[in-house]
Design a protein around this ligand. Sequence first.
Ligand SMILES: *Cc1c(COP(=O)(O)O)cnc(C)c1O
Length: 399
Amino acid sequence: MRRGPIAEINLSAISHNLHLVQRLVNTRPVIAVVKADAYGHGAVPVSRKLLEHGIAILAVAFAGEAKELRESGIDAPILVLFDHGDVKDYFELDLIPAISTVDLGIRFSEEARKRGRPICVHVKIDSGMGRLGLFGDDVVENVFRISEMPGIELSGLFSHFSEADLADNAFAREQLGRFLHVRERVRKRVGRPFLAHIANSAAVLTFEQAHLDAVRPGIILYGCSPFPARSDPRSRRSSVEFRASGTDDRRHEEFGENAQREGDFLPAMTIKAKILDIRRVPAGTPISYGRTFITKRPSTIGVLAIGYADGYNRFFSNNADVIVNGQRVPVVGRVCMDLTMVDLTDVPGVTTEDDVIIMGQDRGCKVTADELARRAGTISYEILTSLGRGAHRVYVEAR
Ligand SMILES: *Cc1c(COP(=O)(O)O)cnc(C)c1O
């Protein structure tokens, strides 16, 4: 279904970001995370671009996502992080399963035997995330058991940080310690080499000891920060104080030098919306549901073709800016399902021919995913996936 907004995806920004990652990790293999339709950027074009620039493995959440990549002709290795789906798919589509239980190992082993064809697997260790993966005292024993199963070739061992933003560095170190312990013991017992990986974007940026044999970044490839945004002096309203503590500031001090590298990453997604109507209204005019905004002066109100059904969160009601002709203007009134109103009174000469930038930049004026995340009380990941997946996507190559 073709909805209102347009997502302009800058593929050059994605290759630029990948190059920065490659520099930071000293040419270690990159396992590029393209789950959730490449964080809303479109998994097929993004994967093609990343492969052109030398990533080793693509990682998706579900087998269905891998199927879409295969159907579009992508033949690179694909690691499926979460879903074992139908075991047969893994053989037919040549996918790498993440084995998170001994039972799952047995199922893949049986299928491999039936087909007379071995399968490469990555075994997943729960080192403190409390989600999927082998855990408990018999982890090493179980990894070894899986690696010994007929038809199973252990080609990777991985884990995931629960402090995705590494706000609690001490816990991340503890997780890394547990994972390294497993890796060492497994290494001694399993003859063949395998890739050990644990580093998400935050670890790529700030935790070099965790880079290990390969890294597994997502969000920084798309040019957003894995760290929660710091308070923005431009934030006009105080209703978005959602964070429990100031840990992020402390972390930025701790990681000062590396954290600055975030600034070099280029956001790849711009969201634009059409202006459906421009209305001149007198002072005292209520705008949108619930009359939460009433004009204080004779005003020019723009009606935009974007709403919460497009992933433009209702929390942006009276609580976000958009960019019109290089100028920031506020959202006024509640965000509706398909429409959002903005105050254009201070923008001279605006017409319904002008596009409005919901997220992106124009002439030095920018609205980032991090800013929107802070305002909506969420993280940039959710902003990218909701806006990117709701929009009609177009691809550009531009610096
Ligand atoms: C999403 C995900 C990543 C990537 O995380 P970022 O914070 O986006 O870098 C890596 N590994 C696993 C298992 C994930 O689920």
